[in-house]
Ligand binder design. Structure first.
Ligand code: FAS
Ligand code: PHB
Length: 403
């Protein structure tokens, strides 16, 4: 990577410029590093801020395989919790969907913060060029090639590259380089949100519990043998200030209750509300500009697909960039179509799980709310009694093939 000074601008050239140091951006850096392809990552937040975001918790088998192939799985092998299934619950009845028995696959519970820390530590070891705290990040083109301009400590920088990858999340800036009529996102807004908490208390269950209750959805997940991760459905416009710890525990006790089982309480160390929304762009490529992860699509977290979709995009784009460097631009030309084909299969599963487990919002007439609730009960009871329905859930939850 060459660097030269021109009038007050630090200019440098690289092969791939990546905007965003979340899991997608840092993982892409590792895929490129493994193939000797130069890259620079430009992130507008501090390293500490990026690391402090509490988000996803479940890695598909496919994601674990990607991390392992890159030598990035030591942490998850040591501390990840391998789960052979999930528990679905309705009206105080709980049943097990046994992934291992049904499809021979598992998932690993390993928080996104740990994934992020592992990716950062591995880049430190490589000495990768990752710019944190970049201001006024502005992607564009210079003589037909991508360029990322930014300010760092008051100094102007310009990174010229052969390719630009937007790994900058749903509110990122790279999308602005794709004409609006081509980007053309499809969207669905759900009339529900998730209030999530981290609690310093050992999980009260060995596997994740997804529960439909007349009051709303609840989930029991975890981060470690001593930390629980729990969620309750709230209205989209709820304010976190209106949810005391006691109110949260009351809702969880009610919605997760089954005879003979008790939810353990403990100090809540983090709480936040996440809106539920699906959005998918119509193209993830335009000229030498590509999108990965949340920059291209977001899903409601019910299917545990957000982080896993980002990893799948990165695996596909990383392979395509490596092929192009070796003289074969075929995979790069089909990246967007392949990524979006897989993403729409993920979207429909996330929508299915969200519709299955959430009660309609209060704006829906009472008679229709009751119908939709009972219809969900019927669907859950059907799944509980059908091996075929459970196999379908197991196949999709543990992750579709990445190709
Ligand atoms: P990210 O958003 O993680 O990273 C994008 C990065 O780009 C960020 O570091 C950002 O600071 C940076 N950036 C943005 N604009 C920039 C600019 N202009 N210049 C430079 N840098 C810029 N998924 C699940 O599977 N389960 C969950 O429970 C779950 N919970 C979530 C809760 C919340 C509040 C959110 C927002 C998401 C949640 N997700 C969940 C989805 C989440 O895990 C994402 O899928 C995952 O972070 C995607 O990774 P990236 O594509 O890297 O995007
Ligand atoms: C989590 O542990 O944060 C988690 C797990 C499964 C989901 C969503 C979130 O579907």
């Amino acid at each position: 990577m060459s660097t030269k000074e021109t009038a007050d601008v630090h200019q440098q050239r690289t092969r791939v410029a990546i905007i965003g140091a979340g899991p997608a951006g840092l993982l892409l850096g590792h895929v490129l590093a493994a193939r000797g392809i130069p890259f620079v990552v430009v992130e507008h937040r501090s390293r500490e801020h990026v690391l402090g975001r509490v988000r996803a918790g479940v890695l598909e088998q496919s994601s674990v395989d990607v991390l392992a192939q890159l030598g990035l799985a030591d942490g998850l092998r040591a501390d990840g919790l391998v789960h052979g299934g999930i528990l679905l619950q309705h009206e105080s009845e709980r049943f097990h969907v046994d992934f291992e028995e049904l499809v021979g696959r598992t998932v690993t519970v390993y928080g996104q913060q740990r994934v992020q820390a592992d990716l950062m530590a591995a880049h430190d070891t490589l000495g990768s060029e990752i710019v944190y705290g970049a201001a006024e990040v502005s992607p564009g083109h210079l003589d037909g090639r991508p360029v990322v301009r930014f300010t760092l400590d008051g100094e102007q920088h310009a990174v010229e590259a052969d390719f630009l990858v937007g790994a900058d999340g749903f509110h990122g800036v790279t999308k602005s380089l794709i004409p609006a009529d081509l980007l053309a996102p499809s969207e669905r807004e759900y009339d529900a949100a998730w209030l999530g908490v981290l609690a310093d208390v050992p999980p009260s269950t060995d596997e994740l519990i997804y529960a439909l209750h007349r009051d709303g959805f609840a989930m029991h997940s975890m981060r470690s043998p001593s930390v629980s991760r729990l969620y309750v459905q709230v209205a989209p416009d709820e304010r976190i200030e209106d949810w005391s710890d006691d109110r949260i525990w009351d809702a969880l006790d009610t919605r997760l209750a089954v005879p003979g089982w008790r939810l353990q309480h403990g100090p809540i160390t983090e709480k936040s509300i996440t809106r539920m929304r699906s959005s998918v762009v119509s193209t993830m490529a335009h000229g030498r500009v590509f999108l990965v992860g949340d920059a291209g699509h977001i899903v409601p977290p019910t299917g545990a697909k957000g982080l896993n979709s980002a990893i799948a995009d990165v695996a596909m784009l990383g392979e395509a960039l490596a092929a192009e460097s070796a003289g074969d631009d075929g995979p790069l030309a089909t990246y967007s179509d392949r990524a979006l084909e897989r993403q729409w299969k993920v979207q429909q599963f996330s929508e299915y799980m969200t519709d299955l487990l959430h009660v309609p919002g209060s704006a829906v007439p009472a008679e229709e709310r009751e119908f939709r609730y009972r219809s969900r009960l019927g669907r859950l009871r059907y799944i509980g009694g059908s091996r075929f329905a459970q196999q379908s859930v197991a196949e999709q939850y543990t992750g579709l093939a990445i190709r």
